[in-house]
Design a binder for this molecule. Structure first.
Ligand SMILES: [Mg+2]
Length: 105
C-alpha cells in the first residue's frame, strides 16, 4: 500500500480545524450553562421532569427550522445555533445529575 503523505496532511488539517471549531461551540455551550445556572441555580429533577425540559428546547430547534415557512409564527425561536446550544446545555445538566448520582453509589 502506497502512503499518500499530502492526503494524510490534508486530513490532519481538516481534523484540527474541526476540533478548533468544535471547541468554540463547547465554549458557547459552557456560556449557556453559566447563563442557565444564573437563572435557575443548580437544577436537580426527576428524569421524568428533565425530559419535558429537554423536549421544550428541542421544540425550539424545530421552531427555528421552520422559519421562512408557512408554518412559522411570530413567537417562534429563530436562532438555530442558539437553540442547539441550549439543547446541549440542558442535556449536559441532566447528564451531570446522573453522573453525580452514579458516583454516590
Ligand atoms: Mg431554547
Amino acid at each position: 500500500m502506497k502512503i499518500n503523505i499530502p492526503e494524510i496532511r490534508k486530513q490532519i488539517e481538516e481534523v484540527e480545524e474541526d476540533l478548533l471549531l468544535t471547541n468554540t461551540v463547547i465554549n458557547d455551550v459552557y456560556d449557556e450553562l453559566k447563563r442557565q445556572r444564573k437563572m435557575y441555580h443548580v437544577q436537580r429533577h426527576s428524569n421524568l421532569k428533565w425530559l419535558p425540559i429537554l423536549l421544550e428546547e428541542v421544540g425550539e430547534v424545530a421552531e427555528a427550522l421552520q422559519i421562512d415557512t408557512q408554518a412559522a409564527k411570530e413567537s417562534d425561536a429563530d436562532d438555530l445555533y442558539k437553540e442547539l446550544t441550549q439543547v446541549a446545555a440542558v442535556a449536559i445538566s441532566w447528564a451531570a445529575q446522573l453522573k453525580e448520582q452514579k458516583d454516590q453509589k
